[in-house]
Design a protein around this ligand. Structure first.
Ligand code: ADP
Ligand code: MG
Length: 683
């Protein structure tokens, strides 16, 4: 059995004493194997370049010879050292700050290598680092790795230590990938790639090494997902929901509308999964207004009829209230009970509700984060639905899931991750998509107007109100702020009360109590208020089909997906709906978003453009989304590699000899090791 790099403690390396060991431990490096896989996050390029290729302000390394006696200037406690240097036949000035000790070494005629910022106009280099070739060159002409370090560790020490580890143990670096994949993608050998990633001869070589390691990282990730699915999901028996299709048909026939073909299809997919003995983990993506709630309702109905309970978790109290109301309406005729559990349900009410859940007296509970509190138990939780999933962390979702014995899980989102990305990343998740809106919906007309057109906007509201319709008026802040020159909800409310005296104007914002919010929302939903001025508390999910006008104040302050969510609050009934974006036409980064909004109301297209404008890091919004983090890979840049890696992983795990053949032994071992330190990929 070969010595394993991951069993050699880091202090076995020459030059790594107990102090340094400790500092490396703090970076998560305990073994030589881990040190070797501690990749640089960028490179410092000391390759010698010709000055005429260098742009003004760029950092550059050049080689030349000293052409004048140096001049030292002192000011305060600081100093500045000047001298002339000839580079490529050009006479330039080199400037060092606080390096007076160099003065004696700057001898005319001596060769020198300078690294620093090039200022074209003044023909000057502000020197960051310099070397004399007659003393032996260390960095010049090379590309040097830059590591993420802390404490007393320095880049030079890290470079030297990793270099030493590679020299001493490099021959023990095994190839992990199957030969056929290395050949198929023309990848660098693993040992070579690891050597080169720490120490590339040039930038291109660094890129090739990176390509190899990115592929490996993504391949291992995909393999893990496939593996998890094969071993975990299938073994771990889920609930077999026994439901009768006639009952489902009867339930669906009571809806006041005909389901769309897309809704029927995803309902079938969900019911099919629920009947299977493995755990369902399904992502339902559908644009705002596509009718995801009734789909969830059918799933909840099925779990109750099969003798279990259902939970629907939503991100806000307003949304919980609303879902509670609409589900109650749907379920009451069937004798199915629905309860509400949010942060503002407390005392006696809360106690009773929790007891009812525990005893199985309550069939369905709708709620916010309050659902995952420790003392909430179910008699038999069969289906967990989370709405607007991007609002919840991975943790929160799995806590809810663990309140049952492997309940089925349905996750709904209106901010679709581009489908291919979803499948590639959540390889273990099945994805259902609703691409169709209910019949008779007219596309929402979207306009982008200037603030000066407020009078016409008011006229528009008046007209819609006279026709019996209602309007949302959204603005970014609650109260006046000196810093931000934005209209705020309270002021705007006043302004509308004065400007539209014949109408009834409501106000909703996050500082109001839950009861106040509920009352305000209730009045608007009942049609008692014509206009609802609100902050983005209504952003997700709110459903008032009679509202046909969505006006967004200072729209450039909102993100694209957020604007689309807001727009999705209208266009939910048979009437023509409108979205008016009041935005500064000069706002530069706003323009792109406003244009996207006026050009399309397809949520998938919007999210594609959003991803494009913001990049994946921002788009997926930190760790909230449950997107995995990679050491080297970047999901947007390396997207094609991700897809390729997925196909390869699927093919490999489908092979009969995957579990037995010695050629995959190391790979299997690696997976084992990873599964200890990686969070469960599901969710
Ligand atoms: P979202 O997908 O944004 O959650 P909802 O489930 O809130 O959408 O549905 C939006 C509106 O469309 C609701 O008023 C709902 O009752 C209605 N609806 C859902 N499905 C249909 C359908 N097939 N035909 C007509 N209206 C529908
Ligand atoms: Mg919804």
């Amino acid at each position: 059995m070969a010595i394993h790099l991951f069993t050699i403690p880091i202090n076995q390396l020459q030059g790594v004493g107990s102090k340094k060991s400790e500092e490396l431990h703090a970076l998560g490096i305990f073994t030589v194997g881990q040190l070797i896989e501690y990749y640089p996050f960028r490179y410092e390029d000391y390759q010698i370049r010709a000055l005429h290729e260098v742009k003004d302000g760029e950092k550059v390394t050049v080689q030349g010879s000293i052409a004048s006696v140096p001049v030292l200037q002192r000011f305060g406690g600081k100093s500045r050292l000047f001298c002339r240097v000839t580079v490529d036949g050009l006479l330039l000035t080199a400037v060092w700050f606080n390096r007076n000790f160099l003065q004696s070494q700057l001898v005319p005629g001596r060769e020198i290598t300078l690294t620093g910022k090039w200022e074209q106009r003044r023909k000057q280099i502000t020197v960051a680092e310099s070397e004399f070739p007659d003393q032996g060159v260390m960095r010049s002409g090379t590309v040097q790795p830059v590591y993420s370090i802390a404490g007393t560790l320095t880049q030079a020490w890290m470079r030297k230590t990793i270099e030493r580890a590679l020299t001493q143990y490099g021959n023990l670096i095994p190839e992990l990938l199957p030969e056929e994949l290395v050949a198929k993608h023309r990848l660098m050998e693993r040992r070579e790639a690891i050597m080169r990633i720490h120490h590339p001869e040039n930038t291109r070589e660094g890129q090739e090494a990176r390509r190899r390691m990115v592929y490996e990282e993504l391949f291992l990730f995909q393999l893990k997902l496939q593996n998890y699915r094969a071993t975990h999901l299938k073994q771990h028996d889920g609930l077999v929901h026994l439901v009768n299709n006639d009952e489902i048909r009867d339930f669906v026939s009571k809806f006041p509308f005909e389901l769309t073909a897309a809704q029927k299809q995803v309902i079938n997919e969900i019911l099919h999964d629920m009947k299977q003995p493995f755990v369902m983990n399904r992502l339902l993506q559908g644009d705002v207004g596509s009718g995801k709630t009734v789909v969830a309702a059918v799933g909840l109905f099925a779990t109750v009829r099969a003798g279990h309970q259902g939970a629907l978790m939503v991100p806000t109290e307003i949304l919980a209230d609303q879902h509670m109301r609409s589900l109650q309406k749907i379920f009451e005729p069937f004798g199915i009970t629905v309860g509400l559990l949010t942060g503002s349900v407390s005392g006696r009410k809360r106690k009773d509700l929790i007891a009812a859940l525990q005893m199985g007296l309550l069939d369905i509970v709708v709620g916010t984060h309050a659902l995952i509190q420790e003392d909430v138990y179910f008699r038999s939780l069969g289906l967990v639905v989370t709405d607007e999933q991007h609002r919840f962390g991975v943790q929160q979702r799995s806590v809810l899931r663990r309140k049952g014995m492997n309940p089925d899980v349905l996750t709904m989102t209106a901010t679709p991750i581009p489908r291919t990305l979803a499948i590639s990343v959540f390889g273990d998740m099945d994805v259902s998509t609703i691409r169709e809106r209910p019949k008779g919906r007219k596309p929402i007309k979207t306009y982008w107007v200037k603030h000066e057109m407020m009078d016409r906007v008011l006229g528009f509201i008046r007209r819609e109100a006279e026709a019996g319709r209602q309007a949302f008026f959204i603005c970014p802040l609650i109260e006046e702020s000196e810093k931000l020159d934005v209209q705020n909800a309270i002021d705007l409310h006043m302004q509308l009360v004065q400007g539209l005296p014949e109408l009834s104007i409501g106000l909703l914002h996050g500082r109001m109590s839950a009861d106040e919010k509920e009352a305000t929302m209730g009045k608007f939903a009942a049609g008692d208020t014509n206009v609802l001025v609100s902050t983005t508390v209504i952003e997700v999910g709110v459903d008032v089909p009679n509202a046909t006008l969505m006006i967004v104040m200072d729209a450039e302050r909102f993100g694209l997906s957020q604007l689309h969510q807001l727009r999705g609050r209208v266009g939910r009934g048979e009437h023509q709906s409108f979205c008016i974006l009041i935005a500064d036409p000069k706002s530069e980064n706003g323009q792109e978003r406003m244009r996207a909004m006026t050009e399309t109301d397809d949520g998938f297209e919007i999210s594609r453009r959003d991803l494009e404008i913001r990049g994946p890091g921002d788009f997926f919004g930190t760790k909230q989304s449950g997107m995995p983090e990679f050491r080297l890979a970047n999901l947007l840049l390396d997207f094609e590699v991700l897809e390729q890696a997925r196909d390869d992983a699927v093919a490999l795990t489908a092979r009969e000899d995957w579990w037995s053949s010695p050629q995959y032994h190391l790979l299997r071992e690696q997976l084992q090791r990873d599964s200890n330190d990686v969070v469960e990929p599901l969710d």
